[in-house]
Each structure stands twice: as C-alpha cells, then as structure tokens.
Design a protein around this ligand. Structure first.
Ligand code: HEC
Length: 178
C-alpha cells in the first residue's frame, strides 16, 4: 500500500513536470565544425591570402594588393568573418561532422568521432587553438585598418600557422592516434 502510494506520487511528479524541461538550449549547433571550415574559415582565409601577391609575367612583375577604400573595406569584412568563426567553433556540443560523413583520406585523417573525442577530452586545448587563430586575425585587422600590405602578408603567415597547428593536433596528426 505504501509502495502504491509512493509510486502514485512519483507518477504525479513526473506528469506535472512534463512541461518543465527547462529552457531551450541557448545555441543551435546545426552546422558542424566541418561545415564552418568549408563555408566560413576556408573561403575567408583564402580571400585574405590571395589579396596581396607578386607574380612574374612576360610583361614583368604583376603586383596585386588592395588599393581603393572599397578594396580595404572588403578585406575588413573577410577578416571579421574569419575572426568570429573562432568563437563559433568553441560553441559547446557542436558536432565535428554529420553522422554519415567520414574522413575523406582515412590513411592520414582522423575520423570525426576521434576528432570529437580529442576535442571533448581537453576543451582547454581546443579553445587555445581557436584563440591562436583569433590572435592572428587580430594582427590581420590591425594591418587592414592601417592599409599595410606587408602587415597583411605577415598576418597571413600567422593565420596559416594557426590553421596548421590545429589541423596537426586534431585532423591529420603525424602519428595517427587512432
Ligand atoms: C581550432 C582548430 C582549427 C583551426 C584553428 C582551423 N581548423 Fe580547419 N579543421 C579543423 C578540424 C578539426 C577539421 C576536421 C573536421 C572535418 O573535416 O571533419 C578541419 C577541417 C578543415 C577543412 C576541411 C573541411 C571539409 O570540408 O572537409 C578545411 C578546408 C579547413 N579545415 C581549413 C582551415 C583553414 C584555412 C584554417 C585557418 C584559417 C583552419 N582550417 C583552422 C580544426 C581547425
């Protein structure tokens, strides 16, 4: 009898709580780390890397660099997008890839499941890599605001190193960890 009473109380509690599952999670992590790399990080970094160059041609050296105010404004837009991607990547619970997505080159790339485990086992390291890329984009922003093409090249190198350092730890380590 006491048991039945107890069970009824539990049932009533459960039923009355069915509508109180707490607020919706704050962030909607629909896009994966892979999506963010492909849609935001890579295209914006490419724009910045391609912005300043010198190539030799039959007509001599061709120097490419942002010139007009609009060119520099465009540089700023791509820098902001790359910079903010570093925060998007840190949003907790974001999946690395969609469940049906596998490593494209399994001989050298870790699987999304292994990458996810590596990230979750040491969030501090993941955050640090994102901050390194954020620092590099801050250097890019400084160069862009100063319209300093040499600064753009230097910050571009810094960005490249930040990408590489993170990829070596999580995506294609020298010695596969799986
Ligand atoms: C904080 C860590 C981190 C940083 C910094 C980082 N990446 Fe990634 N990147 C990853 C991980 C992890 C993957 C593997 C995810 C996957 O593709 O499943 C990846 C995958 C990629 C991919 C493959 C995407 C695809 O469609 O398979 C590209 C391209 C890429 N990164 C470009 C870049 C570039 C360019 C930079 C620097 C501007 C950069 N990444 C910086 C962690 C990082």
């Amino acid at each position: 009898m006491r048991n039945a009473f107890f069970l009824t109380c539990v049932a009533v509690l459960l039923l009355s709580c069915s509508g109180c599952t707490g607020p919706e999670p704050q962030y909607r992590t629909t896009a994966t780390v892979k999506d963010i790399m492909d849609s935001i990080v890579d295209p914006n970094a490419d724009y910045l890397w391609d912005a300043v160059s010198s190539t030799s041609s039959a007509k001599g050296m061709i120097e490419k660099a942002p010139k007009t105010a609009d060119d520099w404004k465009e540089m700023k837009r791509h820098t902001v997008a790359l910079m903010e991607a570093t925060d998007l990547l840190q949003i907790p619970l974001r999946p690395v890839a969609k469940p049906d997505e596998k490593a494209e080159n399994p001989q050298v790339e870790l699987s999304p499941e292994v990458i996810k485990t590596l990230i979750d086992s040491d969030r501090g390291a993941w955050i640090k890599h994102n901050h390194t890329l954020h620092d590099a984009t801050t250097a890019m922003m400084k160069a862009v605001l100063a319209k300093d093409t040499t600064g753009v090249l230097d910050a571009g190198d810094q960005i490249d190193k930040a990408c590489e350092a993170c990829h070596k730890q999580y995506w294609y380590p020298d010695k596969p960890k799986n």
